[in-house]
Ligand binder design. Sequence first.
Ligand code: FAD
Length: 382
Amino acid sequence: MTRIRLDVAIIGAGMGGLTAAASLRKAGIDVTVYEQARQFTRLGAGIQIGCNAMHVLRALGLEQRLRGETFYPRSWNNRDWRTGEVLFDMIFGRPAEERYGAPYLLAHRGDLHAALASLVPADCIRLNHRLIGLEPLATGRVRLVFADGATAEADAVVGADGVNSVVRRFLFGDSELHFTGRIAYRTVFPARLLQGVTLDECVKWWGEDRHIVMYPVKPDRSEVYFVTSQPEPEFSAESWSTEGDVAVLRAAFDGFHPQVRGVLAACPAVHKRTLVDRDPLPRWGEGNVVLLGDACHPMTPYMAQGAAMAIEDAAILARCLDGIAHEGVPQALARYVATRQDRTARVQRTSRENRWGKGATDPDWVYGYNALTAPLADAGGS
Ligand code: FAD
């Protein structure tokens, strides 16, 4: 008997998993999100929301909320670490909004995550569910097994479970992440602590072997974020919660422009994590199981596009599954993969170069993409 209404299990309630849940529900598909964490925590980090991601977030009804909670920058300015010389001013604000049809916003990561979570009813999200097993069934459905022994079934499984994806491991076995030998220090802190230090709207200070990106994350500039990239090959913790030493960070940026040193002097505490990525994967799925977001295309944060790619993936996945019956799932997932792979591979490779904005840069191919209208690959997929 043909089942009309699909039910999809999504592993991971990060940016990608939640956007996929909201987008699939909008297409009339039943969704359950399984997340290993016991509760959502508000990570002290900023996130740039590219115009390309904003097309998807707008379609989900989040534009007004996000405009009200985020900072609207006139540009992403790129400056020399010592002299402050402007290397390239990537213009956003009104001109970019007119050119790309959506705004570029600078958010607190917690605000974006909360906005996405607000779109998914609580009874569709199972916290404290760590996936440990997947098994294709003779019915064509997939069985899921969780760490506490609970099980579930779904027509399709979407692995939105991040850089260390267990779904990817089930599909393709173990494979090492590429550790860049670099780490990111980051923090969000109250702007009142700056005490007279001027902060550009959004600026990347380019040093010889390191950089720092700074921007406000609230419309009234009341909170400030920065994130660095610097060599520290001996460090290997790949987590958002490891604390860093502010004195070590300040020493690493000694000699930078006074604005940088002023911001670092004012910040009370920092976290640090390794920067990892992967070469583009040849395959993202098998049958009724597929990957999305960092699970299949983790990238360095140098273009600020990792979450944006996960958000685009989610919109394309929903378009491919819209109106599909159970029997059509493998082909629809193959179509999603075929639609997404070239674009995400190009962003991964470009991001790894770490030249985005360092000199004249053509941003149109990144921000001008609209996942709601972009052509889908042929139904056969690849
Ligand atoms: P994640 O956000 O990692 O979510 C995965 C989820 O899966 C987690 O909640 C995890 O707990 C859960 N999970 C994992 N394993 C299991 C399991 N076995 N069972 C159940 N649940 C599981 N991107 C941008 O677009 N703009 C930026 O400005 C930007 N800045 C960045 C700055 C830094 C320093 C870094 C490191 C990244 C940045 N990114 C940025 C990239 C962005 O953070 C990621 O690309 C994005 O978070 C990926 O989302 P995701 O949903 O794929 O994975």
